[in-house]
Design a protein around this ligand. Structure first.
Ligand code: PNS
Length: 161
């Protein structure tokens, strides 16, 4: 039986923190599906195609990782479709825990699927997509916080603004 885990998120855009969790997941499971869950009525910063490209590019060396996008769907329905064993997420802080636990319990109530939490590298624990975007937009340096193509795309947006 293939042990398939789903790493869900908005990934708008992916950060080195996300990639650290994806790498750890790839070492623990047979297959990792990075699931970009998006609200079709909201545009976000990057298109779904860009978000997919960024993650695929940064995880190209991980043979058991694939990326897929799902709009307007419950994560539990995505997990059913993918025949996933579990949902896996990284926890950075107590506030992440407070945000994640109700969702984990709700998802288990809805479907029986378990959510697993792992600690990411402490060095990237403070990095989030929203902070990186804010810093970049205000002229700050974001090298090392996101993959280089994401950094370049954010800088290009800044230049065009
Ligand atoms: O990267 P994010 O924004 O923290 O990811 C949140 C995400 C996409 C994982 C969460 O909002 C989610 O699971 N959305 C899918 C819709 C859903 O199932 N909502 C009910 C959760 S109990």
């Amino acid at each position: 039986m293939t042990r398939r885990v789903v790493c869900p998120g908005s990934f708008d855009p992916v950060t080195v923190g996300h990639l650290d969790i994806i790498r750890r997941a790839a070492a623990l499971f047979d297959e990792v599906v990075v699931a970009i869950l998006h609200n079709p009525s909201k545009s976000g910063t990057f298109t779904i195609e860009q978000r997919i490209d960024f993650i695929e590019g940064a995880s190209a060396d991980l043979a058991n990782v694939r990326v897929a996008a799902f709009g307007g769907q419950l994560i539990v329905d995505v997990c059913r479709k993918l025949e996933a064993t579990a949902i896996l997420k990284g926890l950075r802080s107590e506030s992440d825990y407070a945000y994640e636990v109700p969702m984990a319990l709700m998802n288990r109530q809805l479907s029986g699927i378990e959510t697993l939490f792992i600690q990411g590298d402490a060095a990237s624990g403070h990095i989030s997509s929203s902070l990186v975007k804010e810093i970049s937009g205000l002229g700050g340096e974001i090298s090392g916080m996101v993959p280089d193509p994401v950094r370049d795309a954010l800088y290009a947006r800044r230049a065009g603004a």
